[in-house]
Design a protein around this ligand. Structure first.
Ligand code: BTN
Length: 328
């Protein structure tokens, strides 16, 4: 009965360090004391610790370190998240799972969230390390029916909002490397975005916003990833609760998408860009149709394309690609 677990955990979250009595829980949730006792036992097996208090009742004193559907749900209720969340222990890729569900007619929007992925995908055909349970792998599935032209700045907007929200929530500094990498102050990749779309005539029928965020790396992280990627726990120097962080991230992307569709993003975009962009004024190399092109970043144009001043002084506009910094 996961809904009951979620309601029980909501009461504990709200109570903080105040004891919650079993009797009270049973009365408030309209179930028997035995049902509450059984659920508490089950939750204990899943990593929760409820300490008996001398002031009558229990205090929630430890939670699981991995995503837990009922705990996540309790946070989502607290944050008033309305998008349904499909929680999976494991999938190939949350983007692929979202794509299949959209193709099968599932009503959108919805979020697919997985504890691990067996075939996590990154941009430009790369793999996304997805075996660590301490990270976030999720996809927001949408049916926007908007022109592809109008959707062009979306990924950039979502990345900027995520920088702003995570910074505010965790009191850290982050930067955005066009088009969609969220970096730590020492230039390590903390998060990446993979947006995929299916067109119908000249509108986008299905849109999948895929997001991978490194929250806490395990000890077994491959060395080649360690050198280029970092995690939010490393940046904050604290251990973070994956369920709280995930719920906040889902709330953020839900709100950012709503602001985008209601055209409420335009005014905030410029300010966010000036705060989080790390490329303007820097010399970069970008591969255009396989050819490396070097230039100085001048900024972005109205649709989010990168403006690059190349050797002959000409400014070219680039809509996609991988940028490497020459003067890191
Ligand atoms: C990148 O920086 O190359 C984008 C990485 C995107 C990874 C996320 S994890 C959740 C979603 N499912 C996938 O297979 N990929 C995205």
């Amino acid at each position: 009965m996961p809904a009951l677990d979620s309601s029980i955990l909501s009461v504990f979250l709200l109570a903080g360090d105040q004891p919650v009595s079993g009797d009270r829980l049973a009365k408030d949730l309209g179930v028997s004391r035995v049902a509450i006792w059984n659920r508490l036992e089950r939750l204990r097996e899943e990593g929760f610790i409820f300490k008996a208090s001398t002031r009558k009742g229990y205090i929630l004193s430890a939670i699981p370190t991995v995503l837990h559907p009922a705990l996540l749900d309790a946070h989502c209720v607290r944050l008033k998240i309305s998008t349904p969340i499909e929680f999976l222990k494991e999938t190939d890729s949350t983007n692929s799972e979202a794509e299949r569900r959209l193709a099968n007619g599932q009503e959108a929007p919805f979020v697919v969230l997985a504890q691990t992925q067996t075939a996590g995908r990154g941009r430009l055909g790369r793999k996304w390390h997805s075996s660590d349970q301490g990270n976030i792998y999720l996809s927001l599935a949408l049916r926007p029916f908007i022109s592809p032209e109008k959707l062009k700045p979306l990924t950039l907007w979502m990345g900027l909002v995520l920088c702003a929200q995570i910074e505010a929530q965790l009191e850290i500094k982050l930067g955005l490397k066009w088009p969609n990498d969220i970096l730590s102050p020492d230039g390590k990749k903390i998060a990446g975005i993979l947006t995929e779309a299916r067109m119908d005539a000249d509108t986008v029928r299905d849109l999948i916003f895929g997001l991978g965020i490194n929250v806490t790396f395990s000890e077994t992280i491959p060395a080649e990833i360690k050198t280029v990627a970092g995690s939010l726990s490393q940046v904050t120097g604290k251990s973070l609760d994956i369920n709280t962080v995930t719920a906040q991230i889902i709330k953020t992307i839900e709100q950012a998408w709503e602001d985008f569709t209601e055209d409420l993003w335009i005014n905030r975009f410029k300010d966010y860009w000036s705060r989080y962009d790390i490329l303007t004024g820097k010399t970069v190399t970008i591969h255009l149709r396989g050819q490396p092109t070097t230039g100085v970043v001048e900024g972005i144009d109205y649709d989010g394309s990168l403006l690059l001043k190349i050797n002959n002084g000409k400014i070219i506009s680039i809509s996609s690609g991988e940028v490497s910094l020459a003067d890191k």
